[in-house]
Ligand binder design. Sequence first.
Ligand code: PLP
Length: 363
Amino acid sequence: MFHDYICDLPTYKVGKPLELLMRDYGIPASDVVKLGSNENPLGSSPLVYDEIVKSVKLSSVYPDDSYYELKDLLSSLYGVKAENIIIGSGSDQILEFCVHATCNKDSSVLMAKTTFAMYEIYAKHCNARVLKTQDFSHNLDSMLDYYKKYSPSIIFLCTPNNPLGEAMLKKDVLSFLSKIDSNTLVILDCAYMEYAAYASSDYHIAPLDIVSYPNVIYLGTFSKVYGLGGMRVGYGIANSNIIEMLGRLRAPFNITNISLKAAIASMKDKEFIQKSLENNFSEMPKYRDFANKYSINMLSSYANFVTFMFDESLISKDISESLLRKGVIVRDLSSYNLNGIRITIGTPAQNERVFQELSLILS
Ligand SMILES: *Cc1c(COP(=O)(O)O)cnc(C)c1O
């Protein structure tokens, strides 16, 4: 009954839920440090919480399906029109629309060797062929070689890249885009772009840079710096033709009323975003110091996480498992065939816990 390619579909491995950790290891919730999913360690803006409380009664009615107010705020933030914006249940849903709208068994999609795992999974929903460049991190020159050889339906660029943390220079990305013809959709997954923009304007790609292209879409999310991972709101920004086509795949009311209100409120608290970015980049050097002290290879990061790569004397799966038993949740990268862990940068106190537990494990 089910397609063979669905029976063989890999699934995304989410971090261990708090409830299981508490039950399996007897760790109280208050002692758990959850740094495995790149959520905002500061939570979300107090304006969001107030708005959610005020919105409880909206749970009985459908949302305004035009998402007018949210699109209006995004329009002002990015200098684009409402017709250039599509709202999704997380930017994940927009990724899904993009793949489903363009791929079938005769298509291929192109991505970096180590990047967001969902790209491959969505491509496999359509039985499309998955092509990966061979370089450790994003290499636009090899991407271009693959593109010329295979004419993929989609090229995924994730900048900053999850789970490695590298970002691509804006000028390199724009030069790359100019070489891709309009039959290939280029998806710029910018889930962590606010962090890169804060770190250096050279890496800051904005929707306005790409909105005139006939074949490029910018994806953003409320799940990371806005602190709304639990609300499931993301967006795509592109020329109105792309948005109209993707809109055909969108079921009505694809985000909830409460999520909509939360996203709107989160955009009104610039101070919270600023504070979150400051915390991230003032804490990141502590990870660098720790890595140096223990001779761990820490990749440079433009995002809200750091990636530690281990040599053969250490096994990432064992290290993340030992941390888990202490109540510290990080992301083991062995499912990416890497001997490393990805750690979301937490609050100062959470990061101290990481250093304390990790140093006990390492010594
Ligand atoms: C977190 C993340 C997303 C989006 O997540 P949603 O919660 O679905 O908006 C997209 N791409 C990357 C690379 C991510 O890390």
